[in-house]
Design a protein around this ligand. Sequence first.
Ligand SMILES: O=C(O)[C@H](O)COP(=O)(O)O
Length: 211
Amino acid sequence: MSGTLVLVRHGQSEWNLKNLFTGWRDPDLTDKGREEAELGANALKDTGMTFDVAYVSVLTRAQHTLDIILDITGQKGVETIRDQALNERDYGDLSGLNKDDARQRWGEEQVHEWRRSYDVPPPGGESLKDTGARVWPYYMTEILPRVLRGETVLVSAHGNSLRALVMILDRMSPDDVTGLNLATGVPMVYKLKADSTVESKEVLGDMSSAH
Ligand SMILES: O=C(O)[C@H](O)COP(=O)(O)O
C-alpha cells in the first residue's frame, strides 16, 4: 500500500519581504505569508485529505504555516514532530544581508551559484548538497517509513530543505536542480509506490510565482 507525502514551503516571511538572506534566522510570516498559507490550506481542505502526522522545522515561519494548515483543515490535534534537520539551508556569512547588495558586492553570477547550485556553499554556510546530507537521512529514517506504511504525511519546511527532497523524488540531476524554485505556500502532493518511487505528483497552486 502506498502513502501520501505533502510538502509545503512556508508562506512569505518578513525577511523574504525585505529581500534578506535568512537561513537559520527566525523571522515570522508577513500578512501575505499568512494569506499564502491559507490558500494552500484551503486547497488541501478541498482534497478532503486527513493527515496522520506532520513534520516541521524548528523555525517559526514553517511552524506558523503548519498551524494555519492544521487550523483551516480542522486537524489541530495531529501528531507534530519538529526537527532542525528540516531547517532552511544555513546561509552562513550571508545571513541577514540584502540579496541585491550581495549581487552588487560579489556579482550576479556568484550569488546565483550560492543560491541555486548543487554543491557550491555560500561562505560559512551549506550548499544544497550539504543541506541534503541532513535532510535525506532524516527523510529516509523518519518520514519515508511512515509514508510506506500507507500514512498521509505533511511536511512544512523551507525553499532549500524542500529542494533537496524534491530533487530526489523527481529524480533531478545537479544541473536540473539549479532551475528549481519552489513557491511559498503551494502544497505538492506526492503519492508514493511501495518501492518509494513517485506514482504521481500534484501541485495545488501556482508554482510559477516562485522567486
Ligand atoms: O533563506 C532564505 O533566504 C530564503 O528562505 C531562501 O533563499 P533562496 O531563495 O536564496 O534560496
